[in-house]
Design a binder for this molecule. Structure first.
Ligand SMILES: [Zn+2]
Length: 167
């Protein structure tokens, strides 16, 4: 009798142990699947990060490509501008040569206008002249005096030269 009861008790204890083991396994399994799902989500996040980083790398590569293209373009432009700079002196000389006659015409025109309104006399002389008169041209700059009107010359006591009377 005792043996049977002991056996029953043993069996019951065994079942109890198995049941608790199963429960424990269940808990462990739950924990594992939670860990797996967490790992899966982390893995997905990592994939996203990798994708973002890959995009950034691609962008940087593109930017680098673009920079290199710009650099090459700059080098080309530099080469072109150095060619242009070399050509500039030639162009400038051409302009200078063309400008010179124009400048001469202007310098001739200005005194011509002045002669019509300016009279000159020597401090030591008695007559006054138009600036284009041969006598006027012989007056040394140091002793030369100029006036805008005949009246001013007459007031100073100068007599008009023939070159003044003609006009
Ligand atoms: Zn004169």
């Amino acid at each position: 009798m005792n043996d049977i009861k002991q056996l029953e008790r043993n069996t019951f204890e065994s079942f109890k142990k198995v049941k608790s083991d199963i429960l424990l396994l269940n808990t462990e399994s739950n924990k594992s699947s939670k860990a797996i799902s967490r790992l899966t989500s982390e893995n997905a996040k990592l994939h996203e990060t990798v994708a973002v980083l890959s995009q950034k790398v691609a962008d940087l590569t593109n930017a680098l490509k673009h920079t290199m293209e710009v650099q090459q373009e700059l080098i080309k432009t530099k080469t072109k501008s150095s060619t242009i700079i070399k050509e500039v002196p030639v162009i400038k000389e051409v302009i200078k040569e063309k400008k010179v006659p124009v400048v001469r015409t202007i310098t001739k025109t200005i005194p011509a206008k002045k002669t019509s309104i300016t009279y000159v006399a020597s401090k030591t002389g008695k007559k006054f002249h138009r600036t284009n008169c041969i006598f006027a041209k012989n007056i040394k700059p140091k002793s030369k005096i100029t006036f805008k009107t005949k009246e001013a010359m007459l007031n100073k006591g100068y007599k008009p030269c023939d070159c003044v009377k003609k006009y």
